[in-house]
Design a protein around this ligand. Structure first.
Ligand code: GLV
Ligand code: MN
Ligand code: MN
Length: 417
């Protein structure tokens, strides 16, 4: 490992990173110790502002693009070279934890500071990025900002998306961009030299093995589908069963049938109905409308395609007197990260004497989209009991620091190429 790379990794200040994480976790803090900082909300805007203030304090420029992706720039000595991007997301689940996303953004910021503290000048610029709406809990699908950046979606596709209260993403995006008028806009034409992301594992393996760093080789495929069941509202006291078109009863049968259809012997398929909205949601009105979400994942694209194809026939077969509409929202194919970049992470961990293991990601990440346009890889760190998407999410400062050191070493090496 070359001397500058080692110095950059050693300059990672775990205590500073932890302080920033805890300060960020104050924004949208929930009484149960988590965060509610959903995409493009007031809280998300406050988090973005905090990152920009930290950037300016340290003398870095910030910029944002039309999808409100936010970039903090540490210049390189050869400004014409494409930068190395490092980052993750600041938005959270409605009952999210303090680390999902924020760790990856603040670790990236720590990499910039570590390079400065180590007195390392890099050829390429290194940028810390916060991608917009990774979680997809407010505006579906998730990882929108990185998808637009990587040209897997267009701005035109995401602008009309509405949240569950009917607020168009276009409005929330406009207000978010306007909230940081001092941060210049830049176009989305940039193709980075490489992208690195670190994230808590969100599963139990690293903790169980007592290993602080996971080198991520890929991400399983994701399919997001919304199902609408349309019945008829009717009086609960007067309408006989035979005359009802009960959207809730019909949708419930669909969910159970889909659960069965997606069950596999080796428990590889991940099938989740995470949102189920009933209208008008009144105790004495037969429900006239239900909308539910399906999030389903698998490492094999053919299995995703085959199972996705079963959803509509199963729902139609159970629709009875109701109407059903199946909306296919997003498919992200399984991702294989660039072998050379994965190897650089392994070598970085090894050179720093940090125990590591290869792993495959069950969760989705912005890296899955970035890998479509540049060499990309990820570093995982352990989290307590593998718990995530939960306010109880927890991680140890020393593990986060170890992951960030590997990130700093790899970012430094890539920025010197
Ligand atoms: C991101 O949190 C995901 O859906 O995996
Ligand atoms: Mn995340
Ligand atoms: Mn998440």
């Amino acid at each position: 490992m070359d001397d500058e790379v080692r110095r950059a990794a050693r300059a990672v200040d775990g205590a500073r990173l932890w302080r920033r994480l805890m300060a960020m976790a104050e924004i949208g803090a929930t009484p149960a110790g988590g965060v509610n900082r959903q995409a493009l909300s007031i809280e998300d805007r406050a988090a973005r502002r905090r990152l920009v203030e930290w950037a300016w304090e340290r003398g870095y420029d910030a910029a944002q693009d039309g999808a409100a992706n936010l970039f903090v720039h540490r210049p390189g000595s050869e400004p014409q070279l494409p930068p190395v991007l490092v980052g993750s997301h600041l938005d959270s689940q409605p009952t999210g934890g303090r680390f999902d996303g924020a760790f990856g953004v603040l670790a990236a910021f720590e990499v910039l500071e570590a390079l400065d503290d180590a007195g390392v000048a890099t050829r390429r610029a290194v940028e810390a990025v916060a991608w917009t709406n990774e979680e997809g809990s407010r505006f579906s699908p998730g990882a929108m900002g990185s998808a637009v950046f990587a040209r897997r979606m267009t701005l035109g596709e995401i602008l009309p998306v509405t949240d569950w209260d009917g607020v168009p993403l276009a409005d929330a995006l406009r207000d978010t961009l306007a909230d940081l008028p001092e941060v210049p806009m830049r176009d989305r034409g940039l193709v980075p030299a490489a992208f690195l992301e670190t994230h808590i594992e969100q599963g139990p393996r690293l903790e169980a093995e007592g290993i602080p760093v996971g080198v991520v080789t890929g991400i399983q495929g994701i399919s997001n589908i919304h199902v609408e069941v349309i019945g008829a509202e009717a009086h609960a006291g007067t309408t006989p069963r035979r005359l009802r078109r009960d959207a809730l009863k019909t949708a419930a049968a669909m969910v159970l049938a889909l659960e069965d259809a997606f069950a596999d012997g080796d428990d590889t398929v991940r099938f989740t109905v995470g949102r189920f909205d009933v209208t008008p949601s009144s105790p004495n009105t037969v429900p006239g409308h239900v909308r539910f979400t399906i999030d389903f994942r698998h490492p094999d694209p053919a299995t995703i395609e085959r199972l996705t194809g079963r959803i509509e026939p199963i729902c139609q077969g159970l629709a009875g007197a109701c109407e059903v509409r199946v909306h296919r929202k997003r498919d992200v194919p399984p991702t294989r990260f660039d072998e050379g970049t994965v190897d650089l992470l392994r070598e970085s961990a090894k050179g720093l004497g940090i125990a590591h293991m290869d792993m495959f990601s069950g969760a989705g990440h912005d890296a899955m989209h970035l890998s479509a346009i540049c060499p990309t890889a990820m570093v995982f760190t352990p989290c307590k009991d593998g718990i995530s998407h939960n306010e109880a999410e927890s991680a140890k400062p020393e593990d986060l620091a170890a992951g960030t050191r590997v990130l700093a070493a790899a970012a430094c090496a890539l920025a010197q190429r």
